[in-house]
Structure formats: C-alpha cells, structure tokens
Write a protein that binds this ligand. Sequence first.
Ligand code: G3H
Length: 391
Amino acid sequence: MSAPSSSRPYVSGGQMLQSPPLSVRVIRFFESIYIFLGLYFVSLFSLDPYTAAQSSQFNVARPQNKPNTRPRWGGGSYGGGYGGGGGPGGSGGPRRIGRVDDIRGPECRSCHLENHLYLHWTMSAQVAPPTTDADWATLISTTKDGLPESEVVYPTPAPSSIAKTIDHTQLDPSVRLEQITALCEEARKYNFATVCVRFPNVARAVDLLKDTDIGVSCVIGFPEGTQKTADKVEEAKSAVQRGASELDMVMNWPLLQQGKYTEVYDDVHAVRKAAPSPTKLKVILETSQLSRDEVIAGCVISSMAGADFVKTSTGYKGEGASVENVRLMRETVDLIGKGCKVKASGGIRSAERCIAMLKSGADRIGASAGVRIMQELGGNIEAASTPQGNF
Ligand SMILES: O=C[C@H](O)COP(=O)(O)O
C-alpha cells in the first residue's frame, strides 16, 4: 500500500486543482465523523466488535460501500471528475476497516497528511485487535504508512521534574541486600519515579519505600523474553502480590522477528490480564536487535495489548536506547492512540543523554546511573530549578 499523499490530483469542472475546496473539506469532515461514529457504536454494542464492524454498513470494504460508490467529493453525488476514490486498495482482495486510504479525511494538523487524522480516528476505533498474523501485518503496515515525516521535538522537562521520570535501576543477578538498601535510599534522596529490580528484591524494596510515593518496578521474563507465557504470568502475579506497582516485561522479540504477531500479542496480553491497571505494564522490545519495521510492529502490538509503556532495552543485549528508536516508538504509539508511552533505557549514563531521550519523546528513563544523572543536573534540585530547556 502506498503512503498517503497530499499530492493526488483533484478534478472539478474540468480543472485540475491542487487541493479540494473548503466546501468539499467540510463535507468530507462530516462524512468521516459519520463513519467513525458508526464504526465506534457498532463495535461498542457488540459482543464480537471486529466482526460486527466488518459486516456493518460503515465498513468501506462492503461491495455496496466501495470507495468509488460512496458519496464524496469528486465522485458519486458530489460531481464529476476523480480524486475522491479513497486511494489505491484496488488489489481485489478483501479489505479491513481502518486502512489509511479508505477515506480521504481532513488534514492532520501535526503532520499535514490529508488522511492522517482519519487514521488516528480509525486506530482508536479499532477496539478489537487482529486475530491472524496477516491482519496484524496489515495493521502494522498501515501504521507505518501513517507515521509523520517531520520530526517532533518534545519539550524538555524542568530539571526539578526529571527525577520523577527516572526508574532507578539495579538488575545485577548477584546483587547484595545492602545494594538494594542503597538503591532505595538514593531513590528517596532524589525522589525518583521507581526503583527497578529483579523479583527476589521486590519485597525488600517495597518495604523500604512504603511511606513514599516511589514505586517498585519488577522485571518479568528478564532478560531473554523467550520464557513461556505461563511463567511470565506467574512471575507477574507474584511480583504484584509482593507489592510491585510496575512490571517491565521483555517481549518475546525472537517471535516478533519471525512474524508470529498473534503469539507475541497473546504473550503481552496474558501478562496485562494477570496484572491489570493500576499496575503499570512496560514492554521491553530490545530495540538493538530489531529492524525499524520490527520496532513499529512491537509498538503496535504492545499498544493494542494494553501496555502502558513500550521500553527500548534490557541493558543486557546490544546497544541501549537510541534517539532514533525512541522517536519512532513515540510516533508509533501516538498514532495508535491508546495512551501508551515510551521508556528509554540502556546506556543512559549522563544528564545530556537523559535529556536527549526526553526531547525525542520518552516519558520515562531507565538507568542504573540515576545518581550520576542527578549530580550532573546539579544534585541540589532546588538550585537546579531553572526554566525548562536550559541545559
Ligand atoms: O532497564 C534498565 C536497564 O537495565 C538499565 O540499563 P543501564 O544499566 O545501561 O542503565
């Protein structure tokens, strides 16, 4: 499928136009809302939302609702010419709801692609995840096509709020109890978001931080990610029972590389079900091992499975977080629109690197060098409280 383009020709009254007139945009706007609401409510009030949406009158794949026959500018009841055909999709095969080129929606204010806003809508309307690897591949490909071309720079938080983005991390398998105690004392001193530890250290960390708002993150399926789903579920349940407020599970990324998207989804979704909100679920993709397309796939699947965060790295394999991957992950989860955020982790050992990650779209930082980062920021948070962006 080709990427949505703002340069398709428009024909009206025998003249080639660069963009549709305002009246057409208004008509399209209301048409998109109508179809969006139709899909939304059909899905909402059905026990099998995906099938219901597919067989509804709002599914653009139905023969009686094919792009060229639906009323729209440039075709059908809105006058002659072409340009309202809804993009390619002419392969003859069955089409799913939610393709970017099904409807020509209004221009997205952030990326200025004509169909982008509609893609946001259809993504959030897609309440049921795909059930086959082929359908996952379609959704992943659609998402990839809808990613913005221009780079977004996210605001740098004020120095005083950076501590609350940091998961202060100690994942050495041979860690000693006194190191966990020190980790928690440091977390108190700097008021980090959480401490991130392995399962055997959860109870101690929870106890040491019980009178604070500092959470305890526990890694699951760490660091390989290839453990059986049942084992990950058991580990997750036990960690929550011991007081963990956040879980950092490793995705089964070797399965992702094989295109076994349904299995990857089931693995993440099983842990999500075992540890529902308010427990925060982060899914580690191990981005250093993945291609760009695989990173997008991991983000789409994690978002659809209900993850609160996608996270770059375990810190145990390959390179850690990169600005490029953090940006790509943020763009992807934003497009899916399920509220998933991004945690950058692995190799973040300086304030400069930490800030670069936040400016690329990370909401959380995982680092064993949290203290060093804070010291570089000034240590004394009061003294470092200057307006944001001053580094
Ligand atoms: O999850 C976090 C990482 O394991 C931390 O990696 P790092 O030791 O390179 O900061």
